[in-house]
Write a protein that binds this ligand. Structure first.
Ligand code: NAP
Length: 285
């Protein structure tokens, strides 16, 4: 059984916790929330409306003693960029593998994650999208872009009203992958369009919609003067994250130190879309 430590028990972390607590291959040894949280001190099973799990939720100010006492083999973080970086600082002292499901990191913060992976002997897995379908979508849109390099590209993402970052990490990632595939600079990626003037040629425009309880929709739309080709993925429930997460956990506990992304681990950016289950070292950009 793999011992897993969870940080963040909000909308996403709670679903992950429930699934992992019910999974025969995993033992959740640590469940942390924000320091001073109302959830601290209660059994995680009570928070999740399931039977008692004999696992008390604690504030992340207890991260270090919890790491020492419960010795998780992998840590999973679904918090916020600031909280995650703080937690990473502690986790990195013990060089434990960490899966970062948190999104919304600035370029500077992402650099910090990569720097930690370079300095410390631990795998850091950056996983802004854990749905298998989105990772396949990434592979598909790159093929379309290669085939139709002159078509206009628009990326539209829709999420629930509580999402704290916009655009989504996945939409930004899609934009960057497409720009790279087409040999365009990142400056061709724009957020919406100018209020005045025509659509700039070669722009890859990202649009965000926020509202209701939408779990997550990503659409990539290719257009020319006469045709429109659209590839769309919708996460129907937060449990969609868990199938992919299970693969990533198994990878993380065996991985060599380094900075990894989900697409690299799942082999979904390569021509052979079959999941590459064997740990491989990926160069740090
Ligand atoms: N990778 C993916 O596929 C994926 C999918 C969905 C969401 N996400 C991302 O996951 C993150 C969390 O999303 P969410 O919707 O679950 O957010 P949320 O409902 O706001 O939950 C955030 C959780 O983080 C905890 N937290 C905040 N500060 C903390 C700290 N300093 N130390 C420890 N825990 C802390 C909160 O504690 P309290 O409970 O005490 O408030 C809460 O449990 C976001 O970045 C979101 O974009 C990723």
């Amino acid at each position: 059984m793999t011992r897993v430590g969870l940080i963040g028990l909000g909308r996403t972390g709670s679903v992950v916790a429930k699934e992992l607590l019910n999974h025969p291959d995993f033992k959740v040894t640590m469940s942390l929330v924000s320091p001073g949280s109302k959830k601290a001190g209660i059994d995680v099973g009570q928070h999740l409306n399931m039977g008692t799990q004999d696992l008390i939720i604690k504030g992340s100010d207890q991260l270090e003693p919890e790491l020492l006492a419960t010795n998780p083999q992998v840590i999973i973080d679904f918090t916020s960029p600031e909280a995650c970086l703080k937690n990473l600082n502690t986790v990195s002292r013990y060089e434990k593998p960490i899966i970062i499901g948190t999104t919304g990191f600035s370029d500077e913060q992402l650099k910090e994650l990569k720097k930690t992976a370079r300095r410390k002997k631990m795998p850091i897995i950056y996983a802004p999208n854990l749905t298998l379908g989105v990772n396949v979508l990434m592979n598909l849109v790159l093929k379309v872009a290669r085939t139709l390099p002159d078509w206009d590209i628009e990326i539209i993402e829709t999420h629930h009203r509580y999402k704290k970052d916009a655009p989504s990490g996945t939409a930004v990632k899609l934009g960057k992958l497409l720009a790279e595939e087409l040999g365009r600079p990142d400056t061709d990626i724009t957020f919406s369009h100018d209020r005045n003037g025509y659509r700039r040629d070669k722009t890859i425009a990202i649009h965000s919609i926020r509202g209701g309880g939408v779990v997550g929709v990503h659409q990539v739309v290719f257009l020319n003067d006469h045709e429109k080709l659209e590839i769309r993925h919708e996460a129907l429930s937060r449990s969609s994250f868990v199938e992919c997460l299970v693969h990533i956990i198994r990878f993380a506990v065996m991985a060599l130190p380094g900075f990894y992304t989900v697409e690299e681990i799942m082999g979904l950016n390569s021509e052979e879309a079959a999941a590459a289950q064997m740990p491989k070292r990926v160069s740090i950009a």
